[in-house]
Design a protein around this ligand. Sequence first.
Ligand SMILES: NC(=O)c1ccc[n+]([C@@H]2O[C@H](COP(=O)([O-])OP(=O)(O)OC[C@H]3O[C@@H](n4cnc5c(N)ncnc54)[C@H](O)[C@@H]3O)[C@@H](O)[C@H]2O)c1
Ligand SMILES: [Zn+2]
Ligand SMILES: [Zn+2]
Length: 369
Amino acid sequence: MKTQAAVLWEVGTKWEIEDIELDDPQPGEVRVKLAASGLCHSDDHAVKGDLPTGLPIVGGHEGAGIVEEVGAGVTRLKPGDHVLLTFMPACGHCRWCASGKSMLCDYGAKIMDGMPIVDGKPRKHARGQGLASVSLLGTFSPYTVVHQDSCVKIDDDLPLDLASLVGCGVATGYGAAVNQAKVEPGDTVVVVGTGGVGSSAVQGARIAGAQHIVAVDPVPFRREQAELLGATHSVASMEEAMPLVQELTRGVMADRTIMTASLLTGDMLMPLMLLTRKGGRACLTSTANPNVTNADVVLVDVVFSQKEIVGNVYGGCNPHADLPRLLELYRKGDLKLAELVTKRYRLDQINEGYDDLLAGRIMRGLIEF
Ligand SMILES: NC(=O)c1ccc[n+]([C@@H]2O[C@H](COP(=O)([O-])OP(=O)(O)OC[C@H]3O[C@@H](n4cnc5c(N)ncnc54)[C@H](O)[C@@H]3O)[C@@H](O)[C@H]2O)c1
Ligand SMILES: [Zn+2]
Ligand SMILES: [Zn+2]
């Protein structure tokens, strides 16, 4: 079929709206009519070259929609099913999936080149070339063809536009606090960078029962929004957070720190670890450029203060188990989703959406189809 998509042709250029040819679903695949796509910062890392991806590529990895057509051998989905797309496919039987760590599924190796799991051949074409899809999804398009392992079936009554945010930013941030940092009742938590992911970490910390949640962000609007979502305090930088956290904890410092700023650089680890108490845990969530191999840290402090540094992909979530649970928290009113969406855009306004995101004028932007 013919449709449109926002395509990145080269690093350092803008998203371009293209007429594309979308192939029929192959065995194991489904065609999804998308309702909406969130604008996550990670797609901009592909634009800037901080996150190397196959090119040309259809952007977008936060999407939800309705299955229209299924390929041969699809057993878990049928036309009409509502699905949330997961940016990490879960095969269900690799060592990691089988041990409850689907966020590390071996299919993850395929998401950077963005070509289909089944045969590595493109399903999308424009200007005579095959197109990759970000995270094997490519949600900056009204339609996509994805493997059934990239789909999580959700209840029909959930709003698909808001559900789409759970496909990346919300799950990653919530899980940063709950699964990776393992926030406990009464904790003091510092979240550095409160955009879509960080503000979801703030919500995770609130739901886990944190006593103090300090939002750190240079942008005043992001700090205000973080406070509406559960932050008890907010400051503009990690340096400013230092005396505040000292005062709040009588010098003990934060039980958990969570790094969700736009891009992680080597100089950001030291202040993060100094904000973390002895025996505490720092969770690194932000994307870092793969060429960065050095970071500043007081090694002896990490050793003798027995501090932990933990990574985070997808909030440590098992998509099929955890994404529906997050949507239940939304239904109950604990997890706020509508409040994350500052502005809605048409597909052809995507560059405007990213300009707004990078300037901190919006929390999450949503492309509606
Ligand atoms: N690990 C994962 O699985 C995963 C998943 C999704 C996104 N990410 C990454 O998480 C990061 C955040 O994504 P997002 O969509 O929330 O981005 P965003 O642009 O919405 O938010 C980032 C925030 O960080 C703030 N910031 C920048 N530098 C800062 C600093 N030095 N100190 C404090 N705050 C600072 C910005 O003002 C902004 O508010 C990105 O690097 C993204 O690629 C990781
Ligand atoms: Zn994302
Ligand atoms: Zn797997």
